[in-house]
Design a protein around this ligand. Sequence first.
Ligand SMILES: Nc1ncnc2c1ncn2[C@@H]1O[C@H](COP(=O)(O)OP(=O)(O)OP(=O)(O)O)[C@@H](O)[C@H]1O
Length: 544
Amino acid sequence: MADKPTPTEPDTSANLSKSFADRLTFPTDSTKTTNGTNPNASSFTPTGKFSWADEVTTPTQESEEKVEDTSTPSKSQAAKTDDGSQAAKIDDSSLDMAQTDGSTTFTGGSGGLEEPEFDVNVKLADLQEDPNNPLYSAKSFSDLQLPDELLRGLASMNFRKPSKIQERALPLLLKNPPSNLIGQSQSGTGKTAAFTLNMLSRIDLKVKNPQCLVLAPTRELAKQIAGVVTLMGTFLMDQGLEISEAVPQSVPRGQQLLGQIVVGTPGTTMDMIKRRQIDVRAMKVLTLDEADNMLDQQGMGDQCQRVKNLLPKTVQVVLFSATFPPEVLDFASRFAPKANELRLEVQNLTVKGIKQFYLDCSNDQEKYNALVKFYGLMTIASSIIFVHRRDTAAEIERRMMAEGHKAAMLSGALEGEERDRVFSRFRSGEAKVLITTNVLARGIDVQTVTMVINYDIPETFGGRPDYETYLHRIGRTGRFGRTGAALSFVHDPKSWNNLMAICKHFGTEPMRLETDDWDAVEKKLKAVMKNQRNAVQSEEPMAD
Ligand SMILES: Nc1ncnc2c1ncn2[C@@H]1O[C@H](COP(=O)(O)OP(=O)(O)OP(=O)(O)O)[C@@H](O)[C@H]1O
């Protein structure tokens, strides 16, 4: 699918010799409450000319066409850049932590920008002992009455205790007769294991036909989920467990897809069911990961509904996501009727281990220079740079490679197999910087990612702030108790207003960094990331 046209926006850069924030007062960290939210979030009022309070009324969420199998929405201008010339400092040590499947072992509060300088270790065990942390659980996996083979699978993955979402969702998912579930929890808190354990507990291994179907918005996420199911089900393999992928180009036409569990993208799965390559008669469970994205009426909602219509009426419907905006929730409740719900308040959605910054650039041209400068300054294990447009992604990749960075680019413009190659280079640590569009904003779990950059602030096709995409993008770091940083670039009133609206929405306060004092940037980042490691901050408990 071709990129969407660039939304037109006023070119105000000529007036912007200084950064925006010079004319604004941004609330400081001192207003933070213990749970990291700003008590005055609804009354932040910048005092300068570009007051987001005046210019951005909190928009009703517009449905943006979300990413699908091979397409990527991309909306803003291509970056116009000058050549930066800072040498890259690339740290290869993270190769030891390379993941192949989305499930490496926790290494004890890893992350941060320059590993050796961080001496404070937050242990996963500490986080899981804190009742206010989303990783907390009062139970053990064995209390959840899982089959022995699955307990062994979990132990082999080094999952010692369930997280809050796992502890709460599993009893609801596993009880009989099966009931539907809508489950929400912060990014990186283990939703995949929750729905995987449900499926692995419910299949009949003597039957070879598909019994559980997981739909995910992209091939990368579908493949990652299939990897997690395979690992968790290791000790069921000798009893005949098989897992299949229904993603573009994965199965030749006419070939039957066997295996008790199928993980796919909605378009390909629907085609395969219609062509009778997937026999759905034994289906018991339909899971949608990133369910709000999947049920978006402008995007994949229609396809998911059509897939569901082809399945037996008795299927258990399981919906998981970190975000469920109100306009999707209605459809979700119809899609999963009479579902049990585990939901979170919007203020509790941000992960406290992810420190948010913004870099104040004077104009669009300065953004690329600032990016290069930033990468010259910091040693970052792995990072993801999100942009709106495919051509911006390609251009940044080209220029970063020319600077000596181990960069890779992935967008919906690439064919499936090429996407697999690029993504596995990033997952293995061979490529350190991944430049991408929203195609990888959701679900991707690469634990070495310590930095996420919003080179372009996420926005809907109407140019409104895209709250959900922001949250999912920054959630690519700080996973399961790790620390990470998210840096957003602002360069004009629109990007500033959109970022401020997003922060107001989630009640967060990003720290400002300025492009005219890079020593200060370095110091601030290091200090904050060091403290961050020690900050086991509270989160509100989940409401049933
Ligand atoms: N109980 C556990 N103990 C230790 N690690 C875990 C546990 N559960 C999940 N993990 C690890 O936490 C990481 C994040 O899990 P997962 O990808 O399922 O998060 P998620 O909630 O689906 O996030 P997102 O909303 O971004 O999709 C993974 O690397 C996973 O292996």
